[in-house]
Design a protein around this ligand. Structure first.
Ligand SMILES: N[C@@H](CCC(=O)N[C@@H](CS)C(=O)NCC(=O)O)C(=O)O
Length: 306
């Protein structure tokens, strides 16, 4: 039985990125459907406060954010790689640029109306209290122009006949590029932008064909019980390379991990990994036992608690 558990909902584009990672690596995994809006009690039991989608669970290790999900999967299942171009810095840069499309597409969908129900809109307003959603409609044309620019970069990248954005093998840059465009294609205006291109639609079909590996469903309460019965796999010891102290916080200190993306939810715990690219905290709950919750360095701040 596989120990990979994805907490997600089917229409989540970022979850599609991880589902495609499973497909690319030919992995079996279990799917826990989480609510699209708060409250998400079983998810929060595991993460300690992080609410975004998806979250990857491997036993009692919980991976928040698709960037750290990718790193965790790459370490455990290196072949086939998510980095076929062997050009890590450029690849992460490409992913970051490609994912600027995500919030543009959300704005287009919110501003066009009729896509999301009231409960969804209310939840996202609470998540981002500083954002004036009533103005989204006004900027839809400008967002579509920005999306056309992002699409054009992909179109030009594929113009030499390559099958995927960095060559003939698929990698994480394809998955990061694909998921916001997939959501864009749901809107008539977005579909028109995509269909006007020569190479992007065929590339999208090739990425979709990677598939999701082998999926089976799992109950959320069962996932919590699996965490309770497992031991966290990866805790650094003082003096390990992963005890990097650039921020002068020692392993073992109580910290708060604060996501920089709005409304994701902070997580408190004991610092157990403080690596160049990874942060992890240990926490304990009655239902889930001892857990280690992992985050990427990019877009997450660690501060001392109290
Ligand atoms: N940086 C995060 C972004 C994830 C994200 O924004 N996911 C969206 C859904 S596709 C989300 O969490 N929306 C709010 C929610 O599901 O509660 C990642 O890479 O995982």
């Amino acid at each position: 039985m596989t120990d990979l558990i994805l907490h997600h909902y089917d229409m989540s584009p970022y979850a599609e990125k991880v589902r495609l990672m499973f497909g690319l690596k030919g992995l079996a995994w279990r799917s826990v459907q989480i609510p699209i809006v708060m409250p998400k009690p079983d998810l929060i039991e595991l993460t300690g406060g992080y609410r975004r989608t998806p979250t990857l669970q491997i036993g009692a290790d919980i991976y928040c954010d698709t960037k750290i999900c990718a790193r965790a999967l790459e370490v455990r299942y290196p072949d086939p790689t998510l980095f076929p171009a062997g050009d890590d810095a450029a690849t992460w840069g490409l992913c970051r640029q490609a994912e600027t499309s995500f919030m543009m597409v959300v704005t287009v969908m919110m501003g066009s109306g009729g896509v999301f129900d009231e409960a969804f809109m209310e939840d996202r307003k609470k998540m981002a209290p500083g954002v004036d959603f009533s103005r989204a409609g006004l900027i839809v044309p400008a967002k579509l122009s920005q999306l056309r620019a992002n699409l054009d970069l992909f179109e030009r990248q594929l113009r030499d006949g390559r099958r995927f954005v960095q060559g003939d093998a698929p990698g994480i840059a394809d998955l990061a590029g694909y998921h916001p465009i997939m959501m864009l294609g749901v809107t008539p205006a977005g579909k028109k932008l995509i269909d006007a291109l020569e190479h992007v639609p065929a590339w999208m079909a090739r990425v979709a064909a990677i598939g999701h590996g082998s999926r089976s469903e799992l109950d959320a309460a069962e996932a919590v019980a699996i965490a309770r019965d497992a031991e966290p796999a990866s805790i650094a010891q003082p003096g390990d390379a992963s005890g990097d102290d650039a921020d002068r916080i020692e392993l073992g200190e109580n910290v708060i991990v604060m996501p920089e993306e709005v409304g994701s939810g902070a997580v408190a715990g004991e610092l157990v990994i403080n690596d160049v690219h990874e942060i992890a905290v240990r926490r304990h709950t009655e239902r889930a036992g001892e857990l280690v919750v992992h985050f990427p360095r990019e877009e997450y701040l660690v501060v001392r608690a109290g």
